[in-house]
Design a protein around this ligand. Sequence first.
Ligand code: HEC
Length: 74
Amino acid sequence: MEGGYISKEDTHMVVCYVLELSGRKCPEQYPQKAQMYFSSVCAGCHGNDGKGLHGNYPDLTKKHLIGLQRIKKD
Ligand code: HEC
C-alpha cells in the first residue's frame, strides 16, 4: 500500500473482499489482509460494511453499481 492508495496488484483481493461484503462469493481464494486494506483505505468513505457513510458515499454492496452503468452507456 502506497500513500493511502492500493496498488494494481492489490486490487484483485480488495475486489474479492467487496464481493463478499455484498453477499456474493469470490471465485478465488484471496488473502485475509484484504479486509485490513479495505478498512484502512476504503472504509473511511464507504464504511466498514461497504454500505456507504450517511448516504454521502455510494453503497458498494448494491447489485448494480452506478459507475458500471455509466461505462456501458458510453
Ligand atoms: C475519499 C473518499 C473515498 C475513498 C477513500 C474511497 N472511495 Fe470509492 N467512491 C467515493 C465517491 C465519492 C464515489 C462516487 C463517485 C462518483 O459517483 O463519481 C465512489 C465510488 C466508488 C465506486 C463506484 C460505485 C458505483 O455505484 O458505481 C466503487 C466501486 C468504489 N468507490 C470503490 C472504492 C474502493 C474499493 C475503495 C478503496 C480502495 C474506495 N472506493 C475508496 C469515495 C471514496
